[in-house]
Ligand binder design. Structure first.
Ligand code: ATP
Ligand code: MG
Length: 204
């Protein structure tokens, strides 16, 4: 087993993965001296059951294509292979078992971290890993403390670390809409991912 001191987990639906995800992950890797960032596409995201999610197979391949050029980035099928809803706590528990002596940093965007209270077993989660909250246009991080105050303990608050990244107003929702409407997605996501979407006819 590799002796990693600190690993990052970048969770998401990645439907599709885009530069917003990659910039957040690379920023976290550098700022927190992470040995690796593992991208974990969700199998069945509990928060997104309202819309039809693209087959995990495609989302996983797009994630692979997106991270291939970064030696620090890896992907994991841990969530797409686990039956049922994909809860972060189950993933962190599995990673903790694999790497008992490694600090785990879960990387999220500002919008996701503000929803953390609704996550399964949030108390245990905040005991097991750090949360890095990347800035994201439209979701101010400045009031993070006041938003969470009284709802989580002060010691838990210290587990959530804001991180400034270059603001990219890119979202998977917008990319899907662009493909549907025939508008460009070039320069919003890595070229191999763009090619995969167009070749497979995704999001039409
Ligand atoms: P959707 O529009 O379908 O929700 P998304 O663009 O929000 O897609 P997700 O897969 O939901 O992408 O996001 C995975 C993680 O990446 C979340 O923690 C989210 O906050 C973060 N993230 C997504 N886009 C950005 C961005 N542009 N800047 C910073 N963080 C981001
Ligand atoms: Mg999202």
């Amino acid at each position: 087993m590799k002796a990693w001191k600190r690993i990052g987990l970048m969770g998401g639906t990645f439907d599709p993965i885009h530069y917003g995800h990659l910039v957040a992950a690379e920023g976290a890797r550098h700022s927190f001296a992470l040995d690796k960032v593992i991208f974990v596409p969700a199998g069945r995201p509990p928060h997104k059951s309202a819309r039809q999610i693209t087959d995990p197979y495609h989302r996983f391949i797009m994630t692979e294509l997106a991270v291939a050029s970064n030696p620090y980035f890896e992907t994991s099928t841990i969530e797409v292979e686990r039956p049922g809803y994909s809860y972060t706590i189950d993933t962190v528990r599995q990673v903790r078992e694999l790497y008992p002596h490694t600090e785990i940093y879960f990387i999220t965007g500002a919008d996701a971290v503000l929803e953390i209270l609704s996550w399964k077993d949030v108390d245990e989660l905040l005991e097991m890993c750090w949360f890095i909250a990347a800035t994201r246009p439209g979701y101010p991080l400045g009031n993070l403390r006041s938003r969470l105050k009284g709802k989580i303990k002060e010691s838990q608050m210290e587990r959530i670390i804001p991180m400034e990244v270059p603001a990219l107003a890119i979202s998977s929702t917008d990319i899907r809409a662009r493909v549907r409407e025939g508008r460009p997605i070039k320069y919003l996501l890595p070229e191999p991912v763009e090619a995969y979407i167009l070749n497979r006819g995704l999001y039409k």
